[in-house]
Design a protein around this ligand. Sequence first.
Ligand SMILES: Nc1ncnc2c1ncn2[C@@H]1O[C@H](COP(=O)(O)OP(=O)(O)OP(=O)(O)O)[C@@H](O)[C@H]1O
Length: 284
Amino acid sequence: MTTPPPALTGVGLARSFGAHHAVVHADIALHPGRITGLVGPNGAGKTTLLLMLAGLLAPDRGVIATGDGVADPQVMRSRIGWMPDVFGTWESLTPREILVAFGRLNGADRATADQRARDLLAQVHLVEFTDHPASGLSRGQKQRLGLARALVNHPRILLLDEPASGMDPRSRIELRGQLRAVADAGAAVLVSSHILGELEEMVDDVVMMTGGRTRPPAASTTPRWRVRLVNQPPDQAVVIELADDAAAAAYLAHYVAQGTPVAEFTRLGNGLEQAYLDLDADRT
Ligand SMILES: Nc1ncnc2c1ncn2[C@@H]1O[C@H](COP(=O)(O)OP(=O)(O)OP(=O)(O)O)[C@@H](O)[C@H]1O
């Protein structure tokens, strides 16, 4: 089976602001159908990298291209959905008017743009606010409108900077489902977040960034399970790595069929937190 080419690659990217090197060297590849997490401490250069990938900030060095070789920022922008960390709405317009305006800017006729706006407002659960001024939306609701806006043009590449900030727990859970649905439909998704537990649940791949450089994860990011048998003290429980939920189910079924008295079988996540702490170990 051949792996499809990445939907978007950035190679050797660098960007400075005056004398400050925000991104020193970043390499990244985003694959169709996969969600990639971008993780790193404050000031690591994540937003600067995302802005370059979104075609909104020119790199000083390096190349950004789509899988089929397009490097023209304008063509690339038409394929990209971008959700900034702070979504500035036109406060006097309604969510429907905002989404229709973006649809029209992306070349849709009025009827198509209007239908797309209604579909997206249903998807992000903002139907009741359809025709109210955006000034009345809470921060979390504005984030959800920001997600809808990023999806207006059916993007093949979706880039999101801290999308969950300000969202309530239900909206965060729904966001995970929405991003997975977008990836399952074939898009490549890149999401930056400081909420590592949440990223663990959401992402297929991780890119770590610190000091303006992308780095391979310092530790394993394979999912881990904690296994404890009946009468086994908690501090003697075993932690095992298994490729995915299907492998975990097979593992558990095997031991239960053998009569092994399993008392606890808990998914621990994929070690992203430890990998992050290793990455940020130099922080004082
Ligand atoms: N427009 C700008 N002008 C000057 N310096 C900037 C500008 N944008 C970013 N920087 C600096 O570049 C560095 C990287 O910033 P960036 O916002 O990309 O980091 P980040 O990883 O997204 O941080 P955070 O997690 O806090 O959002 C920071 O030191 C920041 O102060």
